[in-house]
Every structure is written in structure tokens, then in C-alpha cells.
Design a protein around this ligand. Structure first.
Ligand code: FE2
Length: 293
């Protein structure tokens, strides 16, 4: 990812948006996606979820206990569409407390390549133009997640940097976070630390064969999150795109409200950067990460 020349024309962003991106490490682009496109992605997620038979596979997603929840099911999801349950979906006997459709935390991580509806959404030309405006010279769509943030049990996502989980040398991962439903303080909207992308990378999540480990690169903690400054809430309307620098500290609270907060995320890296062999997400040689074409 390179800094664009001052004179290079921008396709989607204004100069002031581009400056805000460099200053803050995130951008909020309202009405980036028509409501109908959000609805079609929600509809497709319901179809995929209906077709999912959990059987004995009940992998839980948690950002608080990564080692317990990292298993072969997760590690094999880099080129597949796999479903992960909410931590609070099960009772003490290990049975689902509610319908499967209300128990899934997210699915991922390759629907942008493996499902035609998700592929078309992920490869909308305006997004490719935006990636160019952000300085991605050879954008590669590496990872996608459909996040449900279920009513009442939607799990919190603790403060993190996406470069921890998708590392390139130099760091280029850029997150595109689409609000498919309104995101509010009540249903667990994103929170960001403006300018925090200049703090450096704190942790690195590394694959070691069939397992993973978390290396601490910098012991200095993120500023404590107390639901106020220096963090800012990103309450956004359906159809908004939030762009996140890979080094930007961000988080979201639990959803205790009766309203879900569906979001779709796409993580793009620059193909000109080195993609280490110990990133957890490794694509099969026959199916390398593709661009927007
Ligand atoms: Fe993230």
C-alpha cells in the first residue's frame, strides 16, 4: 500500500476524506450500498444458514479466549464457508438455548469467492475504486465474515487490530465493514480509537502447524475502554461502509437488545506485500486470493 501522489485523481473519496483517513485511520461512508443490496445479502445469509447442519460441529467464536476456540474447524475455514456459534448460545448441558438461526455468531471466511451473491457484493466496482483511492496497488480479497450480532446474546469483540490476524510485510490489511442493518449503541456498534493506527502493532496471531499462538510485540496496552473518549462510537445506518486501517484499534460491545446487528466484513491485502506462511489464513495453492475482477 503506497501513499498516493497529491495530484493523483481520486475516484470515490474527496481530498478531505482521504486526509481524514490518514489522520484517523478509519472512514465512515454513508449510503455506500443501496438498502436492496443489504437485503439481498441478508436473504442469502439466511439461505446459507438454513443449509448448515451443525451435526457434531459446534465451534464457538470468542475474542476473549482464542486458544479454546481455535481448532481445526476454524483453521480450515480460510477457503470455505463455516459457521461459528455465539459463546452464550448453549445451556449448561451443551444444548442450544434457541433456534440455530439465532445462535450463530458469524460465518466465514471465503464466501466472497465461493458464493456468487457474496462475490458480486464484494466485487462491486465502486469498492475497487475505493481500494485504489486508499492506495492498494494490487488488492487481494483475503477474508470475509458475515456477522450476526444476535439479539440478547451477540458477543462482544474486544479491542484489537486487524493486522494482528492478517499480517503482511509491510502491513496493508484494510477492513471494509458494511452495516447491513442499523448499528447503534444498544445493539453493539463499532467503537474506534481515532489516530490509534499510529500506535504500532501490539500482537501477532501466528499459525504453528495445527495450532496457533499469540505473540506480544508491545506490552503497552490500548487505552482502557470505558465507553467514552478517547474511543468514539460508530453508530451508522444500514448501507454505511466503515473502512478500517489494519492498525486501527477497534472493538464492539455485546448486544443485549432485541434487535440484531448484521454486518459484512471484507479484508483486503496488497498483493505487492509479503504474506507470511504463518498467517492463520492460508489459501490452497490452486485457489490464491483474487482481486476485484
Ligand atoms: Fe476487526
Amino acid at each position: 500500500m503506497t501513499a498516493l501522489a497529491e495530484t493523483e485523481p481520486l475516484a470515490v473519496l474527496s481530498r478531505s476524506q482521504r486526509a481524514a483517513w490518514e489522520r484517523d485511520g478509519f472512514l465512515v461512508l454513508e449510503d455506500f450500498v443501496p438498502e436492496a443490496a443489504c437485503d439481498s445479502l441478508i436473504h442469502r445469509s439466511v439461505e446459507l444458514l438454513d443449509a448448515f447442519d451443525p451435526g457434531s460441529v459446534q465451534s464457538v467464536f470468542s475474542t476473549k479466549n482464542q486458544s479454546r476456540t481455535t481448532d481445526s474447524y476454524f483453521l480450515g475455514s480460510g477457503y470455505d464457508i463455516r459457521f461459528f456459534f455465539e459463546e452464550e448460545a448453549f445451556d449448561e448441558a451443551g444444548r442450544l438455548k434457541q433456534d440455530k438461526a439465532l445462535s450463530i455468531n458469524k460465518f466465514g471466511h471465503a464466501q466472497h469467492d465461493l458464493d456468487p451473491v457474496f462475490s458480486a457484493f464484494s466485487r462491486q466496482p465502486r469498492l475497487a475504486a475505493l481500494a485504489h483511492d486508499l492506495g492498494l496497488a494490487d488488492p487481494r480479497l483475503m477474508q470475509s465474515m458475515y456477522i450476526f450480532k444476535q439479539p440478547f446474546i451477540g458477543g462482544e469483540v474486544v479491542c484489537h487490530q486487524d493486522s494482528t490476524f492478517l499480517y503482511t510485510e509491510p502491513m496493508t490489511v484494510t477492513g471494509f465493514w458494511f452495516a447491513l442493518q442499523d448499528a447503534t449503541l444498544e445493539n453493539g456498534c463499532l467503537w474506534a480509537l481515532p489516530g490509534g493506527h499510529r500506535l504500532g502493532l501490539k500482537k501477532l496471531f501466528r499459525r504453528q502447524g495445527d495450532t496457533v499462538r499469540m505473540d506480544i510485540l508491545d506490552e503497552t496496552p490500548f487505552p482502557e475502554f470505558t465507553g467514552t473518549a478517547p474511543y468514539v462510537p460508530l453508530e451508522v445506518k444500514k448501507g454505511t461502509l466503515v473502512v478500517l486501517h489494519g492498525l486501527l484499534p477497534h472493538l464492539s460491545g455485546p448486544n443485549r437488545s432485541p434487535r440484531s446487528r448484521h454486518a459484512y466484513t471484507l479484508h483486503v491485502v496488497d498483493g505487492t506485500a509479503d504474506y507470511p506462511a504463518d498467517n492463520w489464513l492460508q489459501r490452497p495453492d490452486a485457489h490464491p486470493a483474487r482481486g476485484f475482477d
